[in-house]
Design a protein around this ligand. Structure first.
Ligand SMILES: Cc1cc2nc3c(=O)[nH]c(=O)nc-3n(C[C@H](O)[C@H](O)[C@H](O)COP(=O)(O)O)c2cc1C
Length: 176
């Protein structure tokens, strides 16, 4: 599949087959994330894969997610970034918020690599931003300092959603 096709075919998938993703495929996804660019090559991302049924049940019992379809997916990937790994070029212009912005930005590049590779491999994904960050960090033993802007759920799709609307090139290429 060409990159163009993966970009075009990707959809947010909210219905999944009851079928596990093999460890080899999981590795392919993480490899795609690993190769992403990052500011100063800091690679501040961490992808914590949850596929274990007991752990998923624990997240469910603790109401970590609002959407129940999250638990239909074969796996939940907690997408995290460590702002301390991002490189601070100048003490003067880079605040803590700037460092968090940098780490979050780099995480997004790696995440989208993962999502597009998943599309190429016939998997469905959905970013999930509605997540109780405090609880998920506690349950997965993720230190507080990590950003956790979203999780990505992934599995074999059980739906083929239509494309959602996008603003036109005219609109996104100028500021009125
Ligand atoms: C960072 C981020 C967070 C999102 N959070 C949620 C979410 O919590 N629940 C949900 O159903 N979809 C979520 N989405 C999916 C968006 O709604 C979806 O990408 C958008 O409507 C465009 O549809 P498409 O992905 O099928 O092209 C999220 C997407 C992104 C990028």
């Amino acid at each position: 599949m060409e990159v163009k096709e993966a970009i075009k075919n990707r959809r947010s998938i909210r219905k999944y087959q009851d079928k596990d993703i093999s460890d080899d495929l999981i590795n392919e996804l993480l490899e795609a994330a690993r190769l992403a660019p990052s500011s100063h090559n800091a690679q501040p991302w961490k992808f914590i894969v949850v596929k274990d049924k007991e752990m998923k049940e624990k997240l469910k019992e603790n109401n970590v997610f609002k959407h129940q379809f999250v638990f239909e997916a074969s796996m939940i990937i907690a997408c995290c970034a460590d702002p301390d790994l991002s490189v601070k070029p100048s003490e003067l212009i880079f605040s803590d918020a700037d460092m968090q912005g940098k780490a979050g930005r780099d995480l997004a590049f790696a995440s989208q690599n993962l999502v597009l590779r998943a599309t190429e491999l016939g998997l469905g994904t959905c970013y999930i931003g509605i997540v109780d960050r405090k609880k998920i960090k506690e349950i997965l033993n993720i230190p507080e300092k990590y950003l956790l802007p979203y999780v990505i759920i992934a599995g074999y799709p059980a739906e083929e959603p239509r494309p959602t609307p996008r603003r036109g090139i005219d609109e996104i290429s100028k500021i009125d």
